[in-house]
Design a protein around this ligand. Structure first.
Ligand SMILES: [Zn+2]
Length: 57
């Protein structure tokens, strides 16, 4: 089974239940970035998301 990239927003922002999961790292980062901006008004760079927030599952 391929690895998947996952961002569980609940672990970042307590009351948010948003989860991104994709086998495509680029797509996972795009979705996570969009959610962080639209849902939380926070801008993360691709590198920040990849290094600090994405989990490989
Ligand atoms: Zn969120």
């Amino acid at each position: 089974m391929a690895d998947a990239y996952k961002l569980d927003c609940e672990s970042e922002a307590g009351d948010c239940r948003f989860i991104v999961q994709s086998e495509d790292e680029t797509e996972a980062i795009e979705l996570a970035k969009k959610h962080m901006r639209e849902g939380h008004g926070q801008d993360y760079s691709d590198d920040e998301l990849r290094e600090e927030h994405l989990q490989v599952v």
